[in-house]
Design a protein around this ligand. Structure first.
Ligand code: ADP
Ligand code: MG
Length: 155
């Protein structure tokens, strides 16, 4: 994990592999612990790849207690009981970026908390100049539960 942070710092990119949901949760937790105010993380990957598992770990790393699920029907779920306010977006069902404006996303992205956005590729045009892009991919040749997780600093 130290190595991962170093890679991310120095190369702006780190590639990790997990072989079960628990490892993905742990990776999320590790990044949640290192999260800072104003950080925006995007989560990209197909349905069922593990974005929510990762998010649950991330929330645990932030010290959020409550159960974290996919806020698919609300787009935004706010958790205030962690070390920092946690803004969990799932924009899978968003029709237009204007919906993000109605939600008041700017106060989240540019505020005191940490934003994590599932399906962020659908709202690319409103992402901040700097963010952390997290991509989760399957590779069935490596097994059903294998995931490749790429972290990238953008901007
Ligand atoms: P998403 O939010 O991307 O749609 P979920 O996190 O809801 O996906 O679901 C991921 C599913 O894949 C869970 O059922 C989880 O148990 C399973 N899974 C299997 N292997 C892994 C892995 N290595 N990392 C994360 N999830 C995994
Ligand atoms: Mg999900």
């Amino acid at each position: 994990m130290e190595n991962m942070r170093e890679q991310l710092e120095n190369a702006g990119r780190a590639v990790l592999e997990t072989r079960n949901p628990e490892e993905t949760f742990e990776l999320g937790k590790c990044l949640g612990k290192a999260a800072y105010a104003g950080q925006v993380c995007t989560l990209i990957g197909e349905l069922g790849v593990g974005k929510t598992v990762f998010t649950q770990g991330f929330a645990a790393g932030l010290g959020v207690d409550g159960p974290v699920s996919s806020p698919t029907f609300t787009i935004l779920q706010i958790y205030d009981d962690g070390h920092l306010p946690f803004y969990h977006f799932d924009v899978y069902r968003i029709a237009d970026v204007e919906e993000m404006e109605e939600i008041g996303y700017e106060e989240c992205f540019y505020g005191e908390g940490v934003s994590l956005i599932e399906w962020a590729n659908l709202i690319e045009e409103i992402l901040p100049e700097q963010y952390t892009r997290i991509t989760i991919e399957k590779d069935l040749e490596q097994g059903f539960d294998y995931r490749r997780i790429t972290l990238q600093r953008i901007g």
